[in-house]
Design a protein around this ligand. Structure first.
Ligand code: HEC
Ligand code: HEC
Ligand code: HEC
Ligand code: HEC
Length: 183
């Protein structure tokens, strides 16, 4: 058996999702998603997100208020350079720079792929149109509302220095960006 086959067999035995781990999908950036997700018919997700606080999350780290918060936490660099702040104000985790496509712009803050997963393998039309294929190619699947809530709380929690609580239903309403129902 080749080592590759052994890894697959082991992963199947252990029940590990091996595809995303081996594929190493890259983060392509919100502008790549905007190409298709900006029309009225699609639901203008790009416009809605652009106007949201998430799109400004990186910018929030630039300035006095953020620097004071960072300083109070003992951080020696400006907030916008501190990984302790960047992780929640961009992708939700510290990401290997090798996984960032050259079109990816960290200044876009909390962006499409912070929530939907690295898009290099699912962003083309043939895959996107087929939800099962998109998920297999790395699109995050949310099983139900509870799963969405748990996901939001990976950033909206008391580790945020300015945390004031998180009303899930209300906050989900504020960022809603559905595909309009046909007809
Ligand atoms: C080439 C065009 C195209 C690009 C680029 C594209 N999408 Fe899509 N996307 C689509 C189409 C078409 C659908 C199906 C929409 C529908 O249900 O009518 C879709 C569906 C989706 C869905 C809903 C899946 C479901 O059925 O629940 C998500 C989430 C999504 N796209 C996110 C993204 C993200 C994030 C990016 C950028 C990384 C992206 N898309 C880039 C065309 C595209
Ligand atoms: C990657 C981390 C991250 C994730 C995941 C995340 N958020 Fe946020 N969210 C932030 C940050 C950071 C801000 C503050 C942005 C700013 O003001 O600069 C924010 C702000 C918001 C705001 C605006 C604040 C307000 O009071 O109006 C809403 C609404 C919101 N998030 C909803 C959600 C929902 C719903 C989810 C889950 C679907 C979610 N967020 C997931 C990081 C995240
Ligand atoms: C665990 C995730 C997380 C971490 C870590 C984090 N933030 Fe945030 N930040 C958020 C979220 C979520 C919000 C939206 C409001 C809230 O719930 O605190 C936010 C909001 C803010 C705001 C706007 C608050 C306002 O009232 O206008 C500032 C400024 C800020 N963060 C600075 C920082 C700095 C500086 C750091 C690093 C020391 C940092 N954040 C680390 C998640 C985080
Ligand atoms: C803060 C997290 C977050 C961000 C940022 C975000 N989304 Fe979403 N998106 C969600 C959640 C949660 C859902 C609902 C998923 C579900 O119901 O299964 C969703 C749903 C969607 C859908 C499917 C809507 C439907 O009716 O089926 C599309 C398409 C989509 N997002 C595209 C995008 C694009 C494009 C961007 C960037 C311009 C983006 N999203 C940014 C969390 C986010």
């Amino acid at each position: 058996m080749t080592i590759f086959v052994r890894i697959i067999v082991l992963a199947v035995v252990l029940g590990i999702a091996v595809v995303p781990a081996l594929a190493q999908n890259k983060y392509v950036g919100a502008k790549q998603c905007s190409m298709c997700h900006k029309t009225e018919k699609q639901g203008k997700q790009f416009d809605i997100w652009s106007k949201s606080q998430h799109a400004k999350a990186y910018q929030t780290l630039v300035g006095e208020k953020a620097n004071e918060i960072a300083k109070a936490k003992g951080i020696k660099t400006p907030a916008v350079e501190a990984k302790e702040c960047l992780e929640c104000h961009t992708l939700g985790k510290t990401v290997d720079a090798a996984l960032l496509d050259k079109a990816f712009d960290i200044k876009d803050g909390v962006q499409c792929e912070s929530c939907h997963g690295a898009g290099s393998a699912y962003k083309n039309m043939a895959v996107m149109k087929d939800k099962a294929k998109a998920i297999a190619a790395g699109l995050t699947e949310f099983k139900d509302e509870a799963a969405i809530e748990a996901f939001c709380k990976t950033c909206h929690n008391e580790k945020s220095p300015t945390f004031k609580g998180f009303n899930f239903k209300e906050m989900l309403g504020k960022i809603a960006h559905p595909v309009p129902k046909a007809g």
